[in-house]
Ligand binder design. Structure first.
Ligand code: 4FV
Length: 238
């Protein structure tokens, strides 16, 4: 599952430029016996299978030997929610070892002894942790200096300033009768910046008011929200 992900776009470029390296370890190669069993029935009964601790411990230990400075992360629905802030934090580590579970999950004794962190990409259950690992690799890689190329940086991303990103437009100037906002063609960077801030605030207010409620607002943001509040009150008065 992982290989194709490494052969496209920014991830492929980052690997080619040795800005990141991604390797995979097959847990089965650490399983004993000719059957190379990596999972077994759950103690206490119940449906599904659980990943056995021994093959996992062997695989994790071999990864830690290769990159001792790495943080070991178990992907699971029980983990802390993954978000942009956590992505930035993970980008400042010396390396990451991802444990991708399958079946019902991994034996709990792995979590308590060999795992530095447990992360969830969302409150839903997948068939395996591989997709979660790829999502985190993708979001973290964007923070590595020089990855996004040119003046493009993760600084201007959604969530960076606690707001959703402003609306984006490109050619043609008119699409199906819909024109690009005039200010964006004005070349007046001050006005463009202000338009973009209002666009971010409005989109966040409409789509993710929860983000606005937990974000410390700066003066210009407060001014804009108050202006909208006054307009709404005036509308309600008439
Ligand atoms: C998951 C998540 C997730 C649980 C059982 C793999 C599955 C299976 N991982 N965020 N949500 N994992 O659903 O990270 O082993």
């Amino acid at each position: 599952m992982i290989q194709p992900f490494l052969e496209h776009g920014i991830i492929r470029q980052a690997i080619k430029r040795n800005q990141i390296s991604v390797s995979t370890i097959d847990v089965r190669s650490f399983a004993k016996g000719k059957q190379k069993v990596t999972d077994d029935k759950p103690y206490g009964g119940g449906s599904g299978m659980v990943m056995k601790p021994e093959p996992l411990a062997g695989a994790i230990t071999s990864a830690k030997i290769k990159t001792p400075e790495s943080k070991t992360i178990l992907l699971s629905p029980q983990g802390k929610p993954f978000n942009q802030k956590l992505a930035r934090k993970l980008a400042d580590t010396g390396g990451l070892i991802f444990i991708c579970g399958r079946y019902e999950g991994v034996d709990e004794r792995i979590s308590s002894s060999l795992i530095d962190d447990e992360i969830s990409i969302g409150d839903y259950v997948m068939t395996g942790g591989e997709l979660a690992a790829m999502i985190i690799i993708d979001a973290v890689t964007r923070f590595i200096p020089g990855i996004l190329g040119g003046e493009n940086s993760a600084e201007k991303d959604s969530f960076e300033n606690g707001l959703l990103e402003h609306a984006h437009f490109t050619r043609p100037r008119v699409f199906e009768g819909d024109e690009v906002p005039e200010v964006l063609l004005s070349g007046n960077h001050g006005e463009i910046e202000n338009w973009r801030l209002e666009s971010s605030l409005m989109r966040t207010l409409m789509k993710r008011p929860d983000l606005l409620k937990k974000k410390p607002l700066n003066l210009s943001e407060i001014e804009i929200l108050k202006k909208w509040g006054r307009n709404i009150e005036e509308i309600l008065r008439t």
